[in-house]
Design a protein. Structure first.
Length: 714
């Protein structure tokens, strides 16, 4: 039965659970940050730093767990803030970076690529569609988005680096090069604080700019309000005095003169009239209007709101702007003063002030010079004055296209003639509205300067870091490469030591490796020497063994085994080349008697003596002489002259028979019988058959009385 490894199953379950717990924690952090720690950098544009936890989960956790963290981080954006477009941006960031990581692009590169190529344009479009600002300003407002994205990503990298390399969160499919790690580390350690400072500076400078612009607009407003109030007060005062004069002057004939004098006294006054209590025109001034009066005697201004207000409230009234008609063709504002006696309202004095004269041009010019546009409307929102560049028509109803929902800035924003303006407004004592407007890009003037300055420093720093990182990495990597080359035998230790002096650790490691390598080399040398010696010994033992295994210990001739091998090889050669040869068996006659008579030692001595005789007479290189067994010898002669062989065998037999062997004072003389096979034509037989043929010839010699040589030729 197969055994189940419970320990490994358990580990897997625990690890999986652990990953989900980490994922849930990161998701919770992302949710809390995006729900409660939203930062507004420029106005109400929210920056969500929860994405740092999402990016960390993308780095350290499986993709499906990271997706859960992403969902948790986006929930507050959609549910609480309705910022679905920003949620989309974060979603796109997640998937784009995941894709880049999938194709083996380093996280930092993926992060920078995304925010520069995709993030910035998308963020600008989001700002543009939300705020309808010009694109350049949208890009600027989008910058904090980009910076926050980069800061979040780099925070994720830092935390990821702090995780133990051996942990399950640091599964790096491709090991990075050391130079890349150093470069990344240096870039992050410079970029992260730099981006935080840049973000802070953008926030600070845009905030300060808005406050100072606000002050500037308020001051302009005050100035305009003061000047127009003074101007109107003057007119009201003049009319009130005129009304008092007319009331006091009992002689009606003089009334026209008084009116004429007042009308001519101020260039601002286009015309003046005096009415009765019912609104009927009694007098008109100056002369050109007085001349028209008889034709206009039926004219009654009781329908005018300012007449009714003056009559009811019995105070001077400043009318809304009135388009030219009636007495004059000019656009005017009417200012009235009631003529009040003990009987009550007896009529009014009214002056028509030319619209152009209602604002103090010198004040307006001063304000406009400082990049501020001005709009003045009456209580009914008719335009009394507007700066020329706003392209508005006098007396048109002023439509204030205010977009309060997108309250991006501290100052409210409105669109005039399709352009964005930040503005402040004020309700003057006369019920008029004064607006001072300025362009939003002024907010970014300082930021722009900071930004360009910072970017210059940033680019310089990055170049410097790249150079330094390269230098540092190559300083550290070179000794490692040296070690690798040294171990492979491609480099000498001298240079190694010199270049390892980059750090204490590197020096120690190099020294240890060199020593270890030296030890290994010495050991290998010693081992080689020992192996060579042992091999030599073995070879000599082997040859000795071979010699012993092939030699007959008594006679020193080849033994039967050696003969079989050698004779077989020789026979094969002769057979292939059709070279004739002779095979001879020599057997000592009546050898048993020697043993029986003189003892075994004597027999041995005889064997040695006869072997020596045979060996001494067979000295050719091609001769094979062996003891074939007991008292029997075998000879193999290869030669083309067969006649010689028989004779040579006979002379061997002759020599043996003449040889006297002395043993213990006894002389022993022996003869031998020989069986010879001469092979000249028939090479078909096997060696064993040839031996058998020789044996038959030997027995023939024995049968014929011994001391004989019998031969056969085939
Ligand atoms: N001393 C000694 N005797 C041996 C050796 N090898 C064989 N012999 C003896 O040689 C004798 C051979 O005897 P046989 O085979 O009867 O032959 P033979 O006495 O020589 O008679 P024929 O061959 O018929 O002439 C035996 O007595 C063996 O014991 C040896 O190495 N040393």
């Amino acid at each position: 039965m197969k055994k189940i490894d419970f320990s490994s199953i358990n580990t897997q379950v625990v690890n999986k659970r652990f990953i989900y717990i980490i994922g849930a924690s990161l998701g919770t952090f992302a949710f809390i940050f995006n729900a409660f720690f939203v930062v507004n950098i420029v106005g109400d544009i929210p920056i969500y730093f929860g994405s740092a936890f999402v990016l960390l989960s993308l780095l350290a956790l499986p993709f499906h767990v990271a997706l859960l963290v992403l969902s948790a981080s986006l929930a507050p954006l959609v549910i609480f803030d309705g910022a679905s477009s920003i949620a989309w941006l974060h979603g796109v960031q997640f998937f784009a970076i995941a894709l880049l990581l999938y194709v083996q692009i380093r996280f930092l590169t993926a992060l920078l690529l995304f925010w520069l190529l995709i993030g910035l344009p998308i963020a600008s479009m989001i700002v543009d569609s939300n705020l309808s600002l010009s694109y350049q300003i949208s890009v600027f407002i989008a910058l904090p988005f980009v910076l926050s994205g980069l800061i979040s990503g780099m925070f994720a990298i830092l935390v990821y680096w702090l995780l133990p390399v051996s942990s399950q969160f640091r599964q790096n499919p491709v090991l990075p090069k050391f130079s890349k790690v150093v470069l990344e580390f240096n870039l992050v350690s410079v970029m992260l604080p730099f981006f935080v400072v840049l973000l802070f500076l953008i926030w600070r400078s845009t905030h300060d700019s808005q406050i100072s612009l606000s002050l500037e607009l308020d001051n302009a407003l005050e100035e305009l309000n003061r000047s127009s109030t003074v101007l109107l007060d003057d007119k009201v005062h003049a009319l009130t005095s005129t009304a008092a004069l007319l009331l006091n002057e009992k002689n009606i004939q003089n009334h026209a003169n008084i009116l004429d004098t007042v009308a001519n006294a101020s260039a601002d006054i286009e015309s003046m009239i005096v009415t009765d209590e019912a609104g009927g025109i009694l007098l008109a001034a100056p002369a050109q209007y007085a001349a028209k009066l008889p034709n206009l005697s039926q004219l009654n201004i009781a329908f005018r709101a300012y007449f009714q207000q003056t009559k009811e409230r019995k105070i001077p009234i400043i009318s809304e702007a009135i388009r030219g008609r009636g007495l004059g063709s000019l656009d005017i504002v009417a200012i009235t003063a009631p003529i009040l006696s003990e009987r009550g309202f007896e009529g009014l004095v009214q002056a028509a002030i030319k619209i152009d004269r209602l604002v103090d041009q010198s004040v307006i010019n001063a304000v406009q010079n400082s990049q501020i546009a001005v709009i003045v409307t009456d209580a009914m929102d008719s335009i009394i004055y507007s700066s020329p560049r706003l392209d508005l028509q006098k007396l048109d109803a002023f439509q204030k296209n205010q977009d309060d929902a997108a309250n991006t800035f501290l100052l409210p924003k409105m669109i005039v003639s399709e352009k964005d303006y930040l503005y402040r407004s004020l309700l003057s004592p006369a019920g008029w509205k004064i607006y001072t407007l300025t362009e939003p890009r002024r907010i970014f003037k300082d930021t722009n300067m900071y930004f360009i300055f910072m970017i210059m420093i940033f680019v310089q720093s990055i170049i410097l870091i790249a150079i330094l990182s390269r230098g540092l990495a190559s300083n550290i990597v070179r000794p490692l490469r040296n070690l690798e080359a040294f171990i492979k035998g491609k480099k000498l230790p001298d240079k190694l030591i010199a270049e390892a002096k980059v750090s204490q650790e590197m020096f120690l490691v190099t020294e240890s490796v060199i020593n270890a390598q030296k030890l290994t080399m010495d050991f290998q040398k010693e081992l080689k020497k020992q192996v060579e010696e042992k091999t030599k010994e073995l070879l000599s033992l082997n040859s000795e063994l071979l010699r012993v295994s092939r030699t007959d210990s008594l006679t020193g001739l080849f033994n039967r085994g050696a003969f079989d091998t050698l004779a077989h090889e020789a026979y094969m050669y002769c057979r292939r080349n059709k070279k004739s040869f002779t095979l001879t068996l020599i057997d000592i006659d009546y050898f048993k008697n020697v043993n029986d008579t003189h003892g075994h030692n004597a027999g041995d001595q005889c064997l040695v003596n006869i072997a020596n005789i045979i060996a001494s007479m067979c000295r050719r290189d091609t001769d094979i002489v062996a003891r074939y067994g007991g008292e029997e010898f075998v000879l193999f002669f290869a030669s083309d002259k067969p006649g010689e062989h028989i004779e040579h065998i006979k002379s061997i037999a002759q020599t043996v028979s003449e040889h006297v062997i002395s043993h213990n004072d006894c002389d022993i003389q022996l003869t031998v019988s020989c069986g010879v096979v001469r092979v000249e034509n028939d090479f078909s037989k096997e060696m064993i058959e040839l031996i058998s043929l020789a044996d038959q010839q030997l027995y023939l010699s024995k049968d014929q009385g011994r001391n004989q040589v019998n031969s056969i030729s085939i």
